[in-house]
Design a protein around this ligand. Structure first.
Ligand SMILES: Nc1ncnc2c1ncn2[C@@H]1O[C@H](COP(=O)(O)OP(=O)(O)OP(=O)(O)O)[C@@H](O)[C@H]1O
Ligand SMILES: [Mg+2]
Length: 248
């Protein structure tokens, strides 16, 4: 399956205030697109709007997943159609273990009468946690409860590797990670790169992009896409910051 996630002239308001002012961006399957931009430029707003968060009102434009309009679809429908979102501030779910959460999430993506066999699930889970160097007792803990920042991020990548989405929007997956964890998370994402996976990687830093080579980088400032380019653009941002776009 090849395809694309298209964001067309997207305008998004929060509490009546327009934050995104006409975003047009295409993420092709097989591609990693880095989305960069200063604090408050609207990067997370874009990820919430793509997720279908009710507080983020789409006032104009559309989101099209493999040719199908999902602008008004529920978050659940989006997820079933192969969209995966990780958030800058993941929520905790007390009382639900990591293993149970992942099994429920995986079954929700399968036909109703075909839940994954429990033994098969644990084999899959064990294989994935080994690859991400996550300790075995981690999966019996309650989801995100008391997790360190780095553990939450690893948890997201674990979730992604179990669900094998078609498109993943990763918001600041690198924030709060120490150098070793960053490498493991980046390797975890790289291991999942394939012609059927398109990734929008939201980040502030070049560091993660030295591990995960993006096919394209785009710069968002004040709710608009101001520039796009290759590795040279990422290097320029790291060296000079966003001044040249902020001043315009
Ligand atoms: N739920 C909300 N309520 C009020 N304002 C919001 C809300 N969500 C976003 N905003 C505002 O929208 C603007 C863009 O915020 P957003 O979180 O999208 O920025 P960002 O580019 O992700 O920034 P950062 O790099 O700091 O994560 C900010 O001015 C923010 O205060
Ligand atoms: Mg953000």
């Amino acid at each position: 399956m090849t395809g694309q996630l298209e964001i067309v002239d997207l305008h998004v308001s929060v509490g009546g205030k327009e934050i995104l002012k006409g975003i047009t961006l295409t993420i092709h399957a097989g591609e990693v697109v880095a989305l960069m931009g200063p604090n408050g430029s609207g990067k997370s707003t874009l990820s919430y709007a793509i997720a279908g968060h009710p507080d983020y009102e789409i006032t104009r434009g559309s989101i099209i997943l493999n040719g199908k309009e999902i602008t008004r679809a529920t978050a659940d429908e989006r997820s079933r159609q192969g969209l995966f979102l990780s958030f800058q501030y993941p929520v905790s779910i007390p009382g639900v273990t990591v293993a149970n959460f992942l099994r429920t999430a995986l079954n929700a993506h399968r036909p109703q009468n075909e839940p994954i066999d429990v033994i098969e699930f644990y084999e899959l889970l064990n294989q994935k946690i080994k690859a991400l160097k996550i300790s075995e007792d981690f999966v019996n803990r309650h989801l995100n409860e008391g997790f360190s920042g780095g553990e939450k991020k690893r948890m997201e990548i674990l979730q992604m590797s179990i669900l094998t989405p078609n498109y993943a929007i990763l918001d600041e997956t690198d924030s709060g990670l120490d150098v070793d964890a960053l490498k493991i998370v980046a390797e975890g994402i790289n291991a999942q790169r394939n012609p059927n996976l398109g990734v929008l990687l939201i980040t502030h830093y070049e560091r993660i992009l030295s591990y995960i080579k993006p096919d394209k980088a785009v710069v968002m400032v004040k709710g608009r896409i101001m520039d796009s380019g290759g590795p040279e653009l990422v290097r320029a941002i790291e060296a000079e910051g966003y001044d040249r776009w902020v001043k315009e």
